[in-house]
Design a protein around this ligand. Structure first.
Ligand SMILES: [Mg+2]
Length: 135
């Protein structure tokens, strides 16, 4: 496991998507769990369920509003912080799931995007929301 001189939260400048690697985030999430002796609870079953529960908490912010209304909600200053926290929860559990299963997120995304490109060729899917079986 890679070692970092400081934890992400202690860095002087705020971290961003453009300055932080997945490996750094995975390491930070793993360290957080290890410090608390929580790895014993982090079976793939539990992490996949926790991820789904957090996804539901994210969805709750958009429940009963129209698609256009959801764009407004996502930009609402008061709600944006809570939405950001739920997104973080989802990604944290995804990162920890990758940690405990040894899955490489970047490789998995690369493979899945290639498969998606085959299932949804631009000429058939552009501007359509249909499932690939309906194209
Ligand atoms: Mg949450």
């Amino acid at each position: 496991m890679p070692h970092f001189a400081c934890t992400l939260g202690e860095m002087s400048a705020p971290i961003t998507d453009t300055t932080t690697t997945l490996a750094e985030l995975k390491s930070r999430v793993l360290a957080f769990a290890r410090e608390r002796d929580w790895e014993q609870f982090h079976a793939p079953k539990n992490l996949s369920m926790a991820l789904a529960a957090e996804a539901a908490e994210l969805m709750e912010h958009f429940l009963w509003v129209t698609p256009e209304g959801s764009r407004t909600v996502a930009q609402d200053a008061a709600k944006r912080q809570k939405i950001s926290e739920e997104l973080a929860d989802v990604v944290i559990y995804a990162l920890e799931f990758a940690n405990v299963t040894g899955l490489d997120i970047a490789a998995a995304i690369e493979q899945k995007m290639a498969a998606n490109a085959r299932k949804y060729p631009v000429e058939k899917s552009r501007g359509r929301a249909d499932k690939y079986t309906e194209l």
